[in-house]
Design a protein around this ligand. Structure first.
Ligand code: ATP
Ligand code: MG
Length: 265
């Protein structure tokens, strides 16, 4: 069910197609209304990053793959936007890293959880945690519905991949001693700042790259993963992403001012 016809040669075709998909998934009860707004916030940062996977993002993706592969009990936390955008990649990554998949929502309802579970199963997931009464454990100090977690999943995890997370929960998970990998286009958000590894990239681009990196590192072995992790500095990496936004803005500004001058001539 597509509502508008997006011409393939439209300069923003890719971004419009993603929007359409999210709107459809919203109508199906998978993406929350606020998920659409959150996507808009992400788009703004993506624009400033040049809508591509940057060098610092690639480095963070490799480190994230290494962290998942070396974890004892890795878990991928899935919300509506993540399921709507990259369900297949989530399933592939879980297989490669032997990670569990858990649904965790800010706006939790049994219908939404079940709809997301169904979508993940359609993409090949064999087990989906966090469904119904199974989400019986609580993350201390969190008030939103996101505090409900599965005792076999996030509660027992040593490393959690949390795409499109909010700052509160990232902080709470870190306080519980978990390693947190965030995917967030906004390098300034609390999520980005608090996570152990932050991938500043669009989940749509980052997820397939994460699958590829995990596949390759798995072949290279545990020692290689340890080396990648030792050489990764999240603070430095975030600073590099922020510097890139700065550069892009400066470039744009100088282009605009040159045009104004030549137009005046
Ligand atoms: P925080 O609580 O961490 O400060 P926030 O309140 O800014 O975060 P929310 O609105 O709770 O964030 O969640 C949306 C976040 O997800 C935004 O920071 C946005 O940049 C990011 N985001 C949205 N869509 C995507 C996407 N497709 N890929 C990566 N990040 C995204
Ligand atoms: Mg928030």
């Amino acid at each position: 069910m597509t509502h508008i016809n997006i011409p393939p040669d439209h300069p923003r075709a890719e971004s419009l197609t993603i929007r359409e998909k999210l709107v459809e998934r919203h109508l199906e009860g998978i993406v929350a209304a606020s998920g659409l707004i959150a996507h808009g916030r992400g788009e703004a940062f993506d624009y400033l990053l040049g809508e591509k996977t940057t060098r610092p993002a690639s480095k963070a993706i490799r480190a994230a793959a290494a962290m998942l592969l070396t974890a004892e009990n890795p878990v991928i936390s899935v919300n509506g936007n993540t399921a709507a955008s990259v369900a297949e990649e989530v399933v592939k990554l879980a297989e490669i890293a032997e990670a569990k998949i858990e649904v965790n929502l800010f706006y939790r309802s049994l219908e939404r959880v079940l709809a997301i579970k169904k979508l993940l199963e359609k993409a090949g997931a064999r087990q989906v945690l966090g469904v119904g009464k199974r989400a019986s454990a609580r993350i201390p100090e969190l008030r939103s519905e996101r505090r409900r977690v599965d005792p076999r999943g996030i509660m027992a995890a040593d490393a959690v991949l949390v795409p499109l997370e909010d700052g509160d929960r990232t902080e709470a998970l870190v306080r519980l001693g978990k390693k947190v990998i965030a995917v967030d286009l906004n390098p300034l958000s609390r999520t980005a700042q608090k996570a152990t590894i932050t991938i500043v990239d669009n989940i749509v681009r980052a997820a397939p790259r994460l699958v590829q990196a995990a596949q390759k590192l798995k072949e290279q072995g545990v020692e290689k993963c340890r080396e990648v992790l030792l050489n990764f500095d999240n603070r430095k990496n975030l600073a590099e992403s922020i510097a890139l936004i700065d550069e892009n803005l400066l470039k744009k500004f100088s282009r605009e001012s040159t045009r104004t001058v030549s137009e005046r001539d």
